[in-house]
Design a binder for this molecule. Structure first.
Ligand code: GLA
Length: 533
């Protein structure tokens, strides 16, 4: 079996990132995402933990969820990362290597990844930095960091959550990482080693640190991963808990300065659509997560959602402020009694997002002033309500909104009457697989189609140079969709398996900022060997 190295190349740090990190409270860390272009907007997807806990996580469940992600319209709204959490996915063999738990995942973990990639979704998996995962059902990465990260790359993982249970034995001192709190809460050495192991394994993977806020990752982890949990768990599996959700909101809000493209505060998975939440709470919760530029990882049972849950989870105008390319985390700028006014979230077209959240038990009339958004009171502005989808204005000096108890008004305020949506990329597939039995020169071809559901067309995707000699890619544009046409030439290739990861880059045309890189896998099999893992 022969393999070509993965094709991952550096990307120049843009002025944009420099601008973002100057917002942070501590000296600017190097941003890992500036190189890999991953998660430049908050990750969106689905993880099982909130609804299911450990049971019944298995291949059947994940495949049914994948199908529901697509049929419910969530994929088209931008939810892309999906896979098991602590789902008893693998064990460690005598040789120290991880092997798939075939009783639960009969296609193997690579097979499950293929199923996900072929449907235009990205593959999320889970592990732990300690000796074992939290329930001890799976081995952790301690003392196996490099071989485990190689296994995750081999399974074609795109997103990896790394938990912090059973870590008592890990080293706690990392002189090389700036801004780390020293002492028993120093989680940086372990996560930094895992980052190095990931880079060594060579696959671009979104790295989600899950130390529940231990070790203050918002101060240093932008150079290590792409997002970090800021709080404890938002719910015990099976039931939403409003007061825990509010606890997480309060803790996460304060950390606004640390968030930006490719480095996000993560107040935990969504609780939308779970038992224990009213429709109003569902809407308010989703608005808060959008306003905080928090990852939108749904965690409910997508196979049985109400129309209201689908409407909330797929509200593209709310998602638009979450997926805004500037990546600013909004914050509370003013309190009026029980009402919070959230703002300081400038958007890519010069408009601003504002959230009025009534935490009280009675309806409230709230006057949003233009000084809340840093504008002069004489400005004449249009206001778009992102839940009623109505635009009013021009308003001068502010506007008054009536907000029922526990409810929100989620607004976008602009000088212009149009409210463009930022790009959300939806792909037909993230994997191309070519097979030929004959060892002779041949040309094979296949395409990946991607579209943007934003308001504007995108420039042509730019494929990174450095493809292996057997692969070439040409891009064509048809309005909002683009085709990446792949040609494989087998001339000179021996029998075996070949693999490449293609990377393409784009910029957002309204803001001119870099977008998350687009990656997909190309497999080539010559001579009829079976691809198995
Ligand atoms: C921790 C994490 C949760 C979940 C469980 C799995 O509690 O914070 O999100 O992954 O472990 O055991």
């Amino acid at each position: 079996m022969r393999k070509t190295p993965l094709l991952i190349l550096g990307i120049a740090t843009s002025l944009f990132f420099l601008a973002q990190v100057t917002r942070a409270q501590s000296p600017a860390p190097k941003v890992r995402a500036a190189e890999d272009g991953l998660a430049l907007t908050p990750p969106m997807g689905w993880y099982p933990w909130n609804e299911f806990g450990q049971e019944p996580q298995n291949e059947k469940l994940i495949k049914e969820i994948v199908d529901a992600l697509i049929s419910s319209g969530m994929k088209d709204a931008g939810y892309v990362y999906v896979g098991p959490d602590e789902g008893i996915c693998f064990s460690r063999g005598e040789d120290g290597k991880l092997t798939s738990n075939l009783a639960r995942y009969p296609s193997g973990l690579r097979g499950l990844g293929n199923y996900i990639h072929q449907r235009g979704l990205k593959y999320a998996l889970y592990t732990d930095a300690g000796t074992h995962t939290c329930s001890k059902a799976m081995p952790g990465t301690e003392d196996h960091e490099f071989e485990d990260m190689a296994a995750f790359a081999e399974w074609r993982t795109d997103y990896l959550k790394v938990d912090w249970c059973n870590t008592q034995g890990l080293p706690r001192h990392s002189p090389s990482v700036p801004n780390v709190p020293r002492g028993p809460e120093d989680v940086a050495p372990a996560y930094t080693k895992l980052r190095d192991a990931q880079l060594d394994a060579g696959r671009p993977i979104v790295f989600s640190l899950c130390s529940w806020g231990v070790g203050e990752p918002w101060k240093w982890a932008a150079s290590v991963g792409h997002l970090w949990r800021t709080t404890g768990d938002i719910a015990a599996p099976g039931k939403a808990n409003w007061s825990t959700a509010m606890r997480n909101t309060t803790a996460n809000e304060k950390l606004y300065a640390a968030a930006g493209p490719g480095h996000w505060n993560d107040p935990d998975l969504l609780i939308n659509g779970m038992d224990g939440l009213s429709e109003t709470q569902n809407r308010s919760f989703f608005s808060l997560w959008c306003m905080m530029a928090a990852p939108l990882m749904a965690s409910n049972d997508l196979r049985k959602m109400t129309a209201s849950t689908i409407r909330i989870l797929t509200n593209r105008e709310a998602i638009g402020i979450n997926q805004d390319p500037l990546g600013i985390q909004g914050r509370i700028v003013r309190r009026e009694g029980q009402v919070e006014i959230w703002a300081d979230k400038r958007l890519f077209d010069g408009s601003q997002a504002v959230l009025v959240f009534n935490t009280g038990n009675a309806p409230a009339d709230v006057h949003v002033t233009w000084s809340d958004i840093g504008s002069g009171e004489s400005a004449a502005l249009y206001v778009r309500d992102l839940w009623t989808h109505r635009t009013t204005g021009k308003h001068r000096g502010g506007l008054t909104v009536n907000v029922p108890a526990s409810d929100v008004a989620l607004l976008r305020i602009s000088k212009s009457k149009t409210f463009p949506l930022p790009p959300v990329i939806v792909a037909e597939s993230y994997r191309l697989s070519f097979r030929t039995a004959a060892v002779k020169p041949q040309k094979l071809s296949g395409a990946i189609t991607v579209k943007t559901t934003g308001s504007n067309e995108l420039p042509l995707w730019k494929v990174r140079p450095g493809l292996p000699i057997w692969l070439s890619v040409a891009v064509t544009k048809h309005g909002k969709s683009q085709k990446l046409s792949n040609t494989v030439s087998t001339a000179g290739l021996a029998k075996g398996l070949y693999h490449a990861v293609v990377r393409a880059d784009n910029i957002e045309p309204v803001s001119g900022l870099p977008m998350s890189a687009l990656y997909y896998d190309v497999d080539l099999e010559i001579g009829g060997e079976e691809v198995r893992n």
